[in-house]
Design a binder for this molecule. Sequence first.
Ligand SMILES: Nc1ncnc2c1ncn2[C@@H]1O[C@H](COP(=O)(O)OP(=O)(O)OP(=O)(O)O)[C@@H](O)[C@H]1O
Length: 373
Amino acid sequence: MSVDTILKFDHVTKMFGEDTAVNEVSFEVKSGEFVAILGQSGCGKTTTLRMIAGLERCSSGEISFQGKVLDNPDRKVFIPPNKRDMGMVFQSYAIWPHMTVFENVAYPLKVRRYEKGKIKEEVERVLELVGLSHLADKKATQLSGGQQQRVALARSLVFHPKLLLLDEPFSNLDAKLREQMRIEIKTLQERLGLMVILVTHDQVEALSLADKIIMMNKGRKDQVGPPKELYEKPNTVFVRDFLGSTLKLRVKVNAVRGNGMIEIKQENEIGGYFETADHHLVDPKVGDECFMAVRAEYINIQPAENQMSKGDHSELQFHAQIEKLLFIGDQYESIIKIRNGDEHHLFLPKTNEWYEGQEIVLGVKRGITIWPN
Ligand SMILES: Nc1ncnc2c1ncn2[C@@H]1O[C@H](COP(=O)(O)OP(=O)(O)OP(=O)(O)O)[C@@H](O)[C@H]1O
């Protein structure tokens, strides 16, 4: 274990009867890191978080925190939730309606038997932190959704937890408030140097907040890494398609280099060739057909009549025609047909005038990954 690793999952599995909710998952979280556990509904995110909190026990493997084993069924070690020093915020907030904001936030300190003066000091500190000082005496039910969410956050922070666990904390908020809370949580996390683990199925939330994303798929860990790495260099089709839209274009292997690089060429087209090591082909051979996936924002779209030159040789170019065009305000939505007959859904910028039947050229030279047919 590296020196600054704080939380460690080592081959952790969780079974519910015959069903495997979390399957041999391993990862490490470092001090001060913001980690997002991302994936579809039912992939095991909440179960993973609940095991960290001690609300579920793992079936096999080991969870450790700051060098201390929290859960290891083989060794019969299990530290209960109240001894783990972790703050939690759930989707449902779970704040008490009959209590005031102050009483809600003070609750964890009362349970820990803090003395009155210290409770007042700590609650005031944390209410200030989340901008709720002026509402301390209000009943929790008199607050808006966003304010209730802040109460839940304040309550989870009041006892200086070493780790903050967030389970879909923004999902009950409207879109605008969600954006605002995202920024507030990130600012707070950076200011306090907090280690945070967030469970979400929202890729924008994960991409924008996390230093590291743990992408889960059917109980397994699919890929772990910084958001940019997962977005630009997905290891699996699942990660690629979950994190954003791509255009998948058919290409052929033109050359295979000794150093893991392959050269891709689009036959019968005007463009050049592209060399990359970012491919997922097993034993590629010259002439193999494959797919090039490219993130939409990396596609340079030009009307064919503007295409004076053949572009530089590192740009792959595809001729296409606009089949269907819809004006949707800030851009156009279109169905385009590539010369090989493949149709694609593509957004076109308003920087040009477009029309149905128009010949266009797609130029691509960045953000490319290569996948088997
Ligand atoms: N207490 C339980 N008893 C039996 N099965 C459970 C229990 N909790 C979770 N599961 C099952 O474990 C799997 C993973 O559930 P989990 O709640 O961890 O998924 P999730 O990724 O958090 O989903 P969601 O985003 O919908 O909350 C699911 O198939 C679920 O039905």
